[in-house]
Structure formats: structure tokens, C-alpha cells
Write a protein that binds this ligand. Structure first.
Ligand code: ZN
Length: 422
């Protein structure tokens, strides 16, 4: 699937990789596990409808900071993102609004790409739709069935024969993966969120209520692909990200990213499926972004309380201000979008721009050191923006020394924070 294009970040003096990143699986903040030359990143993409709300945008901007940090440290970065372009919620929305699901997915993916480009989110190297990965899914599910780590559920009660489920218990006894090891959730929490996030604990014939779907055999009126020995049908959700990441990234890759609502079941089972196929962990580190609320409620498609990047752009809001508003919040915190947040960000951008005409416009080294130190500490963007405020106010330490070694601040800010002020 075609990606989007973003201008290459300006070249600035490189700084060493001192990153410490919070890992959900271990609960520790530590180096994410890349080597000195390269790093790899997989961020779960959107299901293409209601694109691109501020919750989405804040997730992709957060992982863009990571991407930029690594590049600024001279690392080669391999970045993959998917699009869940066939899934129950997409089909339900298409049905409810009377449009073809393919047309909806295409239109919304286009909108997403335009929003990402406007927000200066560096494009992934591979942008892959679930519908493009069906052959890989079939390979993986066949392997798991042959190894006894998946099973077919018999039909009945209007359901056809042959849906394939992942066998959580069998996978735990045969591999190093343990239920809850990625999400760091206990049994009660997992049981509570599973049905809210696409799980079907009550499906008759399952061996364990938490066993997730791998392959859904064809139903009348639903899209279907050739599943070879599985029969015609379509992929479950988690397996899509397992196979797409394995196809394009090392095993394990450095960071698996996504919103905190993906901890369980999505990231737990994407990891479990990958390990069930080849015995290796999915990733070194699992990083999750906080949820963005609007008017006190989590911004979500099901609640319908969304602020869209495209709507802000249509209103004439500059994308750089939207990005600055997002970066004013730590990526792991839950926060609330409001007009005030936007107004504050616009005022800040104006102050930074004014300072580009001031006496410290070439004090890029001082800004770079301060921003790099903030980002090294679990991508602390709010602290990085405070350093920019201090630079604009002329109070950032090191401004005088930096004048002797001129580096444009405008380039540093564009390279590390993706804020294009000019
Ligand atoms: Zn995913």
C-alpha cells in the first residue's frame, strides 16, 4: 500500500543514543534494546474510519519522536505500520452508512495519509494493509494448527464450521510466552477488557474464553479470501500485525507501539502468535501511549466524541500548532483536548517564531542538548518544549557558548521535534 511522503529532517549534529523508554511488559524504563547501528519499530495502524482523531494523531506523533530520536543518533531505522483495512468495526460502519467497505477504507486511509504528512510524521518504510497480508496469515495459521497451537471450532447456532482460534493454554505449555506477559495485566483485568475490545469469550466450542480468533471462515455477505486448507474466509485481528512485522522487521524487533487500549488483547496476542509460529519474542519493548479525552470522555469512535485533524485543518488551524499541542503532553499520560490547549500551543509557536528573528537564532547546540536530554528520558516532550520556551526567553543555559558554534535552532526543532516553524 502506498505510504505518504514527508520531507527528510534537516541534518543537525548527532547526539548519542541514551534513550530510556518505558516498557509496559516489564514495567521498567530502560534502553529499548536496539544495537548501536539500527533500530526497528512497528506501530499498529488505524482501522480506517473516523480518521484521524486526536487520539490517533497523538499516538503517531509520539512514535515519530522515537523515530526522529533514533535518526538523530545516527541509527538506521526500519519502520512498519499496518492498516486494518478489513475488520468487523469497518464492515459495521460501512453497512451502517450504506457505503462499500473498500471505498470507506480507501477514502479514510487517504485522509489519514494527508493528516500524517501535514503533521510531519515521518512515513513508515512499509505501510501494509491487512488485505495485502492474507497469504502470510494463512501460512502462519496453518503452521499453528499443525503444531497444535490453534484449533478449529465446530459450527452450530447459526455459525459455520471451521473458525480457527489460538489455543492459549497449548501455546503457554509449548513456548516461552505467558498470558499477561506483554500487557502486564492480571486475569481479572484481561477478562474484563477482552469482550470490550473485539473478543468473544462466550463463543461455544472455544477451549478457553480468552482464546482469540485467527481465521473467520466465510459468512454470506462478508468479504473473503482463499484460505487454502483453512477454507475461504478472513483474518482475525492480532495475527495481521504478527505476520506483517515478521515479514519486514527483525525477530525480535526493537519497539512495538500503539495506544494503551492495544495492550490487551491486541499486543498480547500479536506477540503470542508470532512466538507460537517461530519460537521467538515479537519485540524487545512494548510502548503505549495515553488516551486523549474530549469534554471529559475518552475520545473514541464508539462514543462519537472526536476532534479530527482534518476538521482542524479545514478550519485553518496550522498543523504545527496541533503538533505542538500534542507534544505539550507526555506520551504516556492521558490528557484532554480542548480549544484552550490549542490556543496555548498557537501562542507558543508564535513566541518561538518571533525568537527565530532574535539574538539566539543560531544557538542550536544549546537547544539540541536540552531537547536531546529531555527526549532521552522516556521521550519527555513537555520538557523539550519548556527548553524551547527558555530559549525564546533567552534564559536557556549555554546560549552564550552556543553562539560560538552556530547551528540554526529552526533546524534542530524541525529535526528532533518535527515542528517546522518556517
Ligand atoms: Zn496491531
Amino acid at each position: 500500500m502506498k505510504s505518504w511522503s514527508t520531507p527528510a529532517p534537516p541534518t543537525v549534529p548527532s547526539r548519542p543514543d541514551r534513550l530510556r523508554l518505558h516498557d509496559t511488559a516489564t514495567g521498567r524504563t530502560r534502553h529499548p534494546g536496539n544495537d548501536a547501528q539500527r533500530a526497528s519499530l512497528y506501530v499498529c495502524g488505524i482501522t480506517p474510519y473516523d480518521a484521524t482523531h486526536l487520539g490517533h494523531a497523538s499516538t503517531y506523533v509520539a512514535f515519530d519522536l522515537l523515530h526522529r530520536y533514533w535518526r538523530a543518533a545516527g541509527l538506521e531505522v526500519a519502520y512498519v505500520q499496518n492498516v486494518t483495512d478489513v475488520d468487523d468495526p469497518l464492515l459495521e460502519r460501512a453497512e451502517a452508512t450504506g457505503v462499500d467497505w473498500r471505498a470507506l477504507a480507501e477514502e479514510q486511509t487517504d485522509l489519514f495519509r494527508a493528516d500524517m504528512a501535514a503533521l510531519e510524521v515521518l512515513a513508515p518504510d512499509h505501510y501494509v494493509g491487512a488485505t495485502e497480508a492474507v497469504g502470510l496469515v494463512v501460512d502462519a495459521v496453518e503452521t499453528m494448527l499443525a503444531a497444535g497451537r490453534a484449533y478449529r471450532v465446530p459450527g452450530g447456532d447459526g455459525e459455520p464450521d471451521g473458525d480457527v482460534y489460538f489455543d492459549v493454554r497449548a501455546a503457554q505449555s509449548a513456548t516461552d510466552w505467558r498470558l499477561g506477559q506483554v500487557s502486564a495485566m492480571g486475569p481479572d483485568e484481561m477478562a474484563a477488557v477482552f469482550p470490550e475490545r473485539g473478543g468473544d469469550p462466550d463463543r461455544p466450542g472455544k477451549r478457553d474464553p480468552l482464546d482469540p480468533l485467527l481465521w473467520r471462515v466465510h459468512r454470506e455477505g462478508e468479504p473473503a479470501w482463499d484460505g487454502r486448507s483453512l477454507g475461504s474466509g478472513r483474518p482475525g485481528w492480532h495475527i495481521e500485525c504478527s505476520v506483517i512485522s515478521r515479514a519486514h522487521l527483525p525477530a525480535p524487533f526493537t519497539v512495538q507501539g500503539g495506544g494503551s487500549d492495544l495492550r490487551f488483547p491486541h499486543h498480547e496476542f500479536s506477540a503470542a502468535h508470532a512466538t507460537a509460529v517461530d519460537g521467538l519474542p515479537l519485540a524487545h519493548t512494548y510502548a503505549h501511549t495515553g488516551m486523549v479525552a474530549l469534554d471529559g470522555e475518552k475520545m473514541s469512535k464508539s462514543l462519537g466524541n472526536l476532534e479530527l485533524v482534518s476538521r482542524l485543518r479545514a478550519r485553518g488551524v496550522e498543523p504545527v500548532a496541533v503538533r505542538a499541542a500534542i507534544l505539550a503532553h507526555h506520551y504516556r499520560s492521558d490528557w484532554e483536548w480542548s480549544e484552550q490547549v490549542l490556543t496555548d500551543a498557537q501562542a507558543r509557536v508564535a513566541r518561538w517564531r518571533a525568537a527565530l528573528d532574535g539574538p539566539h537564532a543560531a544557538a542550536g547546540v544549546a537547544v539540541l542538548d536540552a531537547v536531546h536530554a529531555a527526549l532521552s528520558d522516556d521521550l519527555d516532550a513537555p520538557r523539550a518544549l519548556e527548553a524551547l520556551d527558555a530559549w525564546a526567553a533567552g534564559t536557556l543555559p549555554g546560549l552564550a557558548e552556543a553562539a560560538a558554534d552556530p547551528v540554526p535552532v529552526v533546524d534542530v526543532v524541525a529535526a528532533l521535534l518535527g515542528l517546522r516553524l518556517r
